[in-house]
Design a protein around this ligand. Structure first.
Ligand code: NDP
Ligand code: 2IT
Length: 446
């Protein structure tokens, strides 16, 4: 015990202090493990309790959310906002509405968000929030009633220079609209307090597409780095939500064929290539299930209760949720010849899966680098709101593309300097960490 390293002692504290939060332990372990080469050899990063402060959220807010369902019955959910780190800017990060949401999930997402936001190069700290409320199967009025009650408490803690929430799983344009309306009603202020707003009330062009498009810009760079491209590639994407749909759209624009997509009930394999207009109609317009795809498209096969990883592909893009791709799935993908895996979701690959990809030597890039285009474009929405301007789609998309190329280069170069070329886990974590750490040290013990 006497010779325990600084990183190990902080990890032990995190595990002891946060019982029953395995995904939070997983996220912190992945980051701290990859910081070893810079922290253990550099006394600067061992001073002032830096890592102890980095892993502890600045503030955790939990609150009751009572609302009336369609039968006039009272429902009570639990709301969360974790304001993780404000060293480099106001807290920024999404809200997740899903039945399984708990404090450990929000803390893991908030922790990841700090590094991701740092990687974008924009002045945004990290935060995350949400509720164990699930919009699926609810009426619009139920969702509105819930969102209004959620905001009745959340408004006290947010603001354009304090904390700026956005969407995540279960929170899209509809939910952001209701949340924004209630914030304005309570405070009387018309300001950039949320991102992902509708285009008629301060939203940014391109925000809807940003996470998926950004992911594919990163993949393009990663493949170009080894002299390859997306042209003619077979791509498999999990999920069929906001991130998955726009990742598919951009991959197709680059000449790839998307063979499979999924939702939490099952996967669809279409050997003719996924018909994205049909997926959009089912998921964005009807709020339906992927199973319905096969009612229309007879070439497609529905795999009830299965994920997409058994479908042979060149590029795999997990875009649904945490730990959705395990070691067995990774081995299946490798056996089928996958050359690149890039994460649209947050922490979708289990540690065993990541180890399998890395030891096979294929290209693997973690969510905090590859899905940063969403929050980056949220940052651009904040800029436009402050400027009281609205940029064109082309202007926003070009800035997004530049930011993603920058993230790729910074992660690549950082890993290379550490002698770990193409290790994007180390590259992203170390690059994201340094900016936050330097700001925290400069600002003293706060
Ligand atoms: P959506 O709610 O739009 O879509 C989520 C998709 O994932 C749906 O297809 C959903 O299926 C599926 N899914 C959700 N939970 C599970 C689960 N437990 N098991 C299997 N499938 C599941 O969310 P987003 O597309 O916005 O988010 C997807 C991922 O991307 C999340 O990890 C999120 O944190 C991450 N992300 C999102 C960003 C954004 O800008 N929106 C930015 C960066 C990361 P079903 O329809 O059955 O619910
Ligand atoms: O995980 C994420 O980066 C998001 N859900 C987007 C956050 C944001 O503030 O746009």
């Amino acid at each position: 015990m006497k010779n325990m390293s600084y990183v190990d002692s902080v990890l032990n504290t995190v595990i002891a202090r946060n019982p029953g939060e395995p995904v939070f332990h997983q996220a912190v372990t992945e980051v701290l493990d990859s910081l070893r080469p810079v922290v253990e050899n550099n006394p600067v990063y061992q001073q002032e309790g830096l890592l102890e402060r980095l892993v502890e959220p600045e503030r955790v807010i939990m609150f009751r959310v009572p609302w009336l369902d369609r039968n006039g019955k009272v429902q009570v959910n639990r709301g969360f906002r974790v304001q993780y780190n404000s060293a480099i800017g106001p807290y920024k990060g999404g809200l997740r509405f899903r039945e399984n949401v708990n404090l450990g999930i929000i803390k893991f997402l908030g922790f990841e968000q700090c590094f991701k936001n740092s990687l974008t190069g924009l002045p945004m700290g990290g935060g995350k929030g949400g509720s164990d409320f699930d919009p699926a199967g609810k009426t619009d009025h139920e969702v509105m009633s819930f969102c209004q009650s959620f905001m009745n408490e959340l408004y006290k803690y947010i603001g354009p220079d304090i904390d700026v929430p956005a969407g995540d799983i279960g929170v899209g344009a509809r939910e952001i609209g209701y949340l924004y309306g209630q914030y304005k009603k309570i405070t009387g202020r018309y300001e950039g307090v949320l991102t992902g707003k509708g285009l008629t009330f301060g939203g940014s062009m391109g925000r809807k597409q940003a996470t998926g498009y950004g992911l594919v810009y990163f993949v393009r760079e990663m493949l170009a780095g080894v002299g390859n491209s997306l042209e003619g590639k077979k791509v498999v994407i999990s999920g069929s939500g906001n991130v998955a749909i726009y990742a598919a759209e951009k991959a197709m624009q680059y000449g790839a064929t998307v063979l499979a997509m999924s939702d939490s009930n099952g996967a669809v394999y279409d050997p003719e290539g996924i018909d994205l207009a049909l997926v959009k109609e089912i998921k964005e317009v009807k709020r339906g299930r992927m199973k319905e795809y096969c009612d229309v498209k007879k070439s497609a096969q529905y795999m009830e209760g299965k994920n997409v990883w058994s479908v042979p592909c060149d590029v795999a893009l997990p875009c649904a949720t945490q730990n959705e791709l395990n070691e067995d799935d990774a081995k299946t993908l490798l056996k089928n010849g996958v050359i690149a895996v890039a994460e649209g979701a947050n922490m979708p690959s289990t540690p065993g899966a990541i180890a399998a990809f890395q030891s096979a030597g294929i290209l693997y890039a973690p969510g905090k680098a590859t899905n940063a285009g969403g929050v980056a474009t949220s940052g651009l929405e904040m800029s436009q709101n402050s400027l009281r301007l609205a940029w064109s789609f082309e202007e926003v998309d070009k800035r997004l593309e530049d930011i993603m190329v920058g993230i790729y280069n910074n992660a690549y170069n950082t890993a290379k300097e550490l002698g770990m070329e193409n290790n994007f886990v180390v590259g992203a974590n170390v690059y994201g960490f340094k900016k936050i750490a330097d700001a925290m040290l400069a600002q003293g013990l706060v």
